[in-house]
Design a protein around this ligand. Structure first.
Ligand code: WT7
Length: 631
């Protein structure tokens, strides 16, 4: 199943399109199933459903852990590097990880967690996060990991939407020079969550926390009482494995649901082939497990492949901008996978931080999360990869579960800024505004996928209609990604960015509507409009145009501070606007719709491209906004 040459790729790709069921059944054969499937695939993109390996029985943790006890029990599964370089690292072998997962599975059971229950994880990047996640999977519970930078209100929304029974957190999180009181955030969230019966708290920072009698317990106390073996629950291939919330162009974040069987097959297949992982390699993905990249390419993909995966608790610039390269040197990392925003931030700090370290172990570099600009690509290639390492620019989404369009390292010839070619099994098409497939090369359109792949989104939690509406209604019969894309003369794909009202900030998806709703919660705000604009480090920044109540008596500076604080409180610091402009009106059409196109151009400073403003109710607001924005 391992592709090693471009020829292999071409053959595999052809087979995957000509006979997908046969192709994926051959891939899936290599996993441990308690019962094989009755049918490889059943699907319908009009009335959306996709079912993979239907009828098969298995447990993903037996594939991540038990299966490796035969031949690599003593190989390191997880290398954990703490935030502070003076603290000791932790290495867990497959045997140790297996035992810890079994132990914690028993803790979950003792808290009444059963197959199908939802468990929310709001934790730092420590091995216990991976352990808790795998323990959920082992007992058949559905994990919902919430990135620990989200606010208590965002956490409460997610807990309530999933009706989670248990939440797992820590007494605090170390991130750079910060010590974040996450237990307090959880306590605040739980005031508004009635579904939670237990809160398990991991000791990490020794910060003082309040423990609520009957609800809260310490991780170490519970583990000390638990048995060290635990039979894995027998799961159906189409049982849900996890929920992961993500933002879209409208409404509240939705819970993207992934089911175990297809996700297992695709996360390992894509991991092994894209990174060309070799036995014994040390692999490091710098993402946080709170995002899909961490789910698929720190935990599941690598462990399924029996790899050694590095988990890093900290941030790229603490204690200084050499931290990533220090870690590469320390563990002789072979594959390094990060986001363009991190590359740009470190590029800006200068080469002295890079050149202190020996990076000769590196063989493969990866990038993910947003389009990578050519300067960043070149810098990464030259100064990190020393022109020896292929760069895999991997395009995918929370909804796709795994990498969809990407070079296979050292196999696919790369081109800066191009995600290049689809993985076997992935059938991308570019559609024009009317939904016609654009044939041939040198075309640009909206990126859709026309055939199912095993790790695709199954539903949005609790609301299948929304799933159909968001992904399958823009173009009937196609999965719509929300991205614009170009196919060049070589048939290579280049992702151009979102075509909807989603902003990509440092590789994280933020819905403009969500930020507007948060801003509008400030009592002095009458109305707001949020757009993205090009940002040197973050890729895109958040620009908010805000109409405030003149009678509030607050000056601009106060309003600015308040708005930023409101967004941090409602969503989290990641959604804080980079720029706020107080205006007295917004450009609206006669039907009352805000013309964001105009605001985007103003935010970009491209006022010569405002286009037709004659349909606005009051075109003079544009002049006012331009003047205030200083463009
Ligand atoms: C959106 C998905 C799954 C990766 C983490 C982000 C953008 C992702 C690339 C890339 C250009 C990319 C797209 C996509 N994106 N990877 N290699 N080149 N754009 O996951 O939060 O679900 O966001 O990230 O716009 O739609 P996500």
């Amino acid at each position: 199943m391992r592709i090693r040459t471009l020829n292999d790729y071409t053959t595999a790709y052809r087979q995957s399109v000509e006979n997908p069921e046969n192709f994926w059944s051959n891939v899936a054969e290599r996993f441990l199933w308690q019962k094989k499937w009755d049918k490889v695939l059943e699907w319908d993109f009009h009335d959306y459903k996709a079912e993979w390996f239907k009828g098969a029985k298995f447990n993903i943790t037996e594939n991540c852990l038990d299966r490796h006890l035969l031949n690599k029990a003593d190989q390191v599964a997880i290398i954990w590097e703490p935030n502070d370089p003076s603290e000791n690292e932790v290495e867990l072998t497959y045997r140790q990880l297996h035992e810890k997962v079994c132990e914690f599975s028993n803790v979950l059971k003792s808290k009444g967690v059963q197959k199908g229950d939802r468990v929310c994880l709001y934790m730092p990047m420590v091995p216990e996060l991976a352990i808790a996640m795998l323990a959920c999977a082992r007992v058949g519970a559905i994990h919902s990991i919430v990135f620990a930078g989200f606010s208590s209100s965002a956490l409460a929304d997610r807990i309530n939407d999933a009706q989670a029974k248990v939440v797992i957190t820590s007494d605090g999180n170390y991130r750079g020079n910060k010590n974040i009181p996450v237990k307090d955030v959880v306590d605040e969230a739980l005031e508004n969550c009635t579904s939670i019966t237990s809160c398990i708290v991991l000791k990490r920072t020794e910060a003082k926390v309040t423990m609520q009698e009957g609800r809260d317990c310490w991780w170490h106390d519970e583990v000390s009482k638990a048995e060290k073996t635990c039979q894995a629950e027998v799961m159906d291939s189409e049982d849900p494995l996890f929920i992961l919330y993500t933002s879209g162009s409208t409404g509240k974040p939705k819970g993207v649901v992934h089911h175990g069987g297809g996700y297992m097959v695709y996360s390992q297949y894509s991991f092994s082939n894209v990174f060309q992982y070799e036995e014994g390699d040390v692999y490091w993905c710098t993402a946080d497990i709170g995002w899909i990249t961490g789910h698929s390419y720190i935990v599941y993909g690598p462990l399924l492949a029996g790899a050694t995966t590095v988990m890093f608790e900290g941030v790229p610039t603490f204690p200084d901008a050499g931290r990533f390269w220090e870690i590469v040197d320390k563990y002789k990392v072979n594959t390094f996978y990060t986001a363009p925003t991190a590359i740009r931030a470190l590029q800006a700090k200068g080469l002295e931080f890079v050149n202190k370290y020996d990076l000769s172990s590196l063989r493969v570099l990866g990038t993910v999360g947003e389009p990578i600009n050519e300067e960043a690509w070149d810098w990464y290639h030259e100064h990190i990869g020393k022109r020896r390492c292929p760069i895999v620019d991997t395009w995918w989404q929370t909804e796709t579960g795994g990498i969809m369009i990407s070079p296979l390292a050292g196999v696919t010839p790369t081109k800066p800024t191009y995600a290049t070619l689809p993985l076997p099994g992935v059938q991308p098409v570019l559609l024009d505004q009317d939904g016609n497939e654009l044939e041939g090369n040198n075309v640009q359109g909206n990126l859709c996928i026309k055939f199912p792949w095993p790790s695709m989104i199954r539903t949005t939690y609790g609301d299948h209609e929304r799933c159909k509406q968001v992904y399958f209604s823009t173009y009937a019969g196609y999965y719509f990604t929300g991205d614009g894309c170009r196919r060049d003369e070589d048939g290579y794909y280049r992702i151009l960015g979102r075509v909807d009202d989603v902003i990509n900030v440092s590789g994280h998806r933020i819905g403009t509507a969500e930020v507007e709703d948060a801003i509008n919660m400030n009592e002095s705000v009458i109305e707001s409009a949020v757009v993205g604009y090009p940002h040197e480090i973050k890729g895109q920044g958040i620009y908010a145009f805000v109409i405030c109540d003149e009678n509030s008596g607050k000056d601009n500076d106060t309003m600015l501070k308040e708005i930023i604080a409101t967004v941090s409180r409602v969503i989290g610091p990641i959604a804080k606007p980079d720029k706020v402009l107080m205006v007295s009106g917004l450009p609206k059409t006669r039907s009352g719709k805000i013309m964001r196109r105009i605001l985007r151009k103003i935010a970009e400073g491209a006022t010569d491209q405002l286009g037709d403003t004659s349909t606005l109710i009051d075109p003079t607001v544009v002049e006012e906004i331009k003047e205030k924005a200083g463009v």
